[in-house]
Design a protein around this ligand. Structure first.
Ligand code: HEC
Ligand code: HEC
Ligand code: HEC
Ligand code: HEC
Length: 198
């Protein structure tokens, strides 16, 4: 009776084994990838400013610390869970750098000194603050402007923006609303359309 039982169930056991073993391997492979992605701090390897392999990213990170002549903890702890004021500012600066398609040393000489584009850059940061935009509203990489960027290039020229500043833009645009038009702005737009016969 026992013999018969064994004989009858021999094949199904092999069948089950064949089904289960690949699953086991599958699971091992899965936990492997999960573990490697956990050992890299996933949340931290996500800033678009950093590109390329781990070595290239590490080199970029070192370059920043060297440029400013500071330790890593000037900006954040080792786990990248706590950021200082400078660290938070650097996040904003990284977004700006990505939009412009440049590195930090495009504007920074060191922590205390800036390149000759400092005033221009400061005005740009101020404009973004007033209008509620980010740099990528107008900048699309190195020496490239978005359509909105081209429009504002004209506005900068016609309104002497470098000397007159961004406040004058509020005559027609609403503060913090990414250049949405106010009532007067709409009147101007309609008049423009009238002139063009639209
Ligand atoms: C001037 C500020 C500053 C300094 C100095 C600095 N970091 Fe960072 N680091 C940052 C910011 C900001 C981020 C992006 C964090 C984010 O987007 O959440 C970052 C990201 C990183 C990342 C993740 C990189 C990636 O691919 O996203 C690593 C790793 C790192 N830093 C390590 C270091 C080490 C090691 C040092 C010292 C050699 C250092 N940092 C010095 C500001 C700094
Ligand atoms: C387009 C020019 C520009 C680029 C690119 C730029 N910065 Fe800045 N950064 C400035 C200006 C201008 C200031 C001073 C004004 C301010 O603090 O808002 C500044 C200030 C800072 C400060 C504050 C310094 C202080 O005195 O406390 C930090 C930190 C900083 N930048 C980090 C970075 C890092 C990191 C990068 C590269 C990822 C970077 N910046 C790229 C223009 C730039
Ligand atoms: C409303 C549109 C607009 C926004 C937003 C904007 N810029 Fe600009 N920016 C321009 C225009 C237009 C120029 C002039 C480009 C030219 O003359 O070809 C310019 C030029 C510059 C220049 C000098 C040219 C260069 O590429 O070096 C810098 C530096 C700059 N912007 C930095 C920034 C930074 C940093 C931010 C975000 C904090 C920003 N801009 C946001 C429109 C904008
Ligand atoms: C006298 C009114 C007036 C003033 C002042 C003015 N604008 Fe405008 N702006 C307009 C009108 C009208 C439009 C919409 C027509 C168009 O898109 O060409 C517009 C559109 C724009 C746009 C495109 C917005 C989008 O979402 O497509 C940008 C960017 C812009 N202006 C930037 C500026 C800047 C920067 C200043 C200040 C230096 C400024 N404008 C001052 C009337 C004005």
């Amino acid at each position: 009776m026992l013999k018969l039982f064994k004989k009858h169930h021999f094949n199904p056991y092999i069948f089950i084994a064949c089904m289960v073993i690949p699953f086991c391997y599958g699971n091992i492979a899965l936990t492997d990838t999960e573990e490697t992605s956990k050992s890299k701090p996933t949340a931290t390897y996500s800033n678009p400013y950093f590109k390329g392999t781990k070595e290239e990213r590490d080199a970029q990170v070192k370059k920043i610390a060297e440029l400013f002549g500071v330790d890593c903890n000037f900006c954040h702890n080792e786990e990248l869970t706590v950021f200082t004021e400078e660290g938070e500012k650097s996040k904003l600066m990284m977004r700006a750098s990505v939009a412009l398609g440049v590195d930090c040393d495009y504007c920074h000489i060191d922590l205390k000194h800036h390149k000759e584009n400092e005033q221009q850059a400061r005005r740009m940061f101020e404009l973004c603050e007033i209008m509620g935009t980010e740099c990528n509203f107008c900048h699309a990489g190195k020496d490239k402007l978005t359509v909105k960027g081209e429009k504002s290039k004209t506005a900068f020229l016609t309104r002497a923006w470098p000397t007159e500043g961004t406040k004058q833009c509020l005559q027609c645009h609403i503060e913090k609303k990414q250049f949405a038009l106010n009532f007067y702005g709409w009147q101007v737009l309609n008049a423009m359309k009238g002139l063009k016969g639209m």
